[in-house]
Design a protein around this ligand. Sequence first.
Ligand code: 13P
Length: 262
Amino acid sequence: MRVPMIAGNWKMNTTVSEAIELVNQMRRGLDEIADVDKVICPPFISLAAVRELIKGSSIKLGAQNIYFEEKGAYTGEISPLMLADLCEFVIIGHSERRHYFNESGEIVNKKIRAALKAGLKPILCIGERLEENEAGRTKEVLTEQLRSSLAGIDNLGGLIIAYEPVWAIGTGRAATGKQANETVGFIRQTISQKYGKRIAQDLRILYGGSVTAANTDEFMQQPEIDGALVGGASLKADQFLSIVRQTSEIKGESKRGEASLI
Ligand code: 13P
């Protein structure tokens, strides 16, 4: 059974003191919610402070990016070894990085390999643009993103995939639960063809793109969707708590137990 996961991608928001304040607002509430992996991904500069704040709690920590070299003269970059010392997860291949920073499939692949080698769990983001979606090319685009991101990787380790349609990110225009479920099912099928049914069945695939407390239940009711990668709503303690709480209620252990009895 796949443990549901809600990850908050804070993107380029919060100073260190604001990050501390936000964690203080959410920490207790999040810690009390069982059956869901709760991951927060603040900016690099706040990772160390947040790590101290969540020590001893069930909240997990992730970074938003990584460089693929272990160390050396790469001014301004953060290496897998540095991150492995601080956190468990790292977001890789986010569409904002692909589009604003020209990250190619090849770079994403190098980053995934480097993260896995360092023992980090990559959250690999894939998703189609609006024009690709409208041209009926979603599956083709996702297939190519999966192929290039995972080229030459035999062992997925703790990898997680986030399906984030670019047209749904930060736009308030989320996919429908049904649409997202279908596409996530397609991603699982594609993984199954390359890695086998068992790996695909165990792989967690999240949906991301304008997830809020108001539409969480629509996504979490879907059998293929294992959680969410949340942007804007993860910066509001009450919203993020509500998203995690609803996920626990819908997909938590007791519910899964009930489902398996039916
Ligand atoms: P929003 O939830 O703000 O649409 O962002 C989604 C996202 O990009 C998460 O990585």
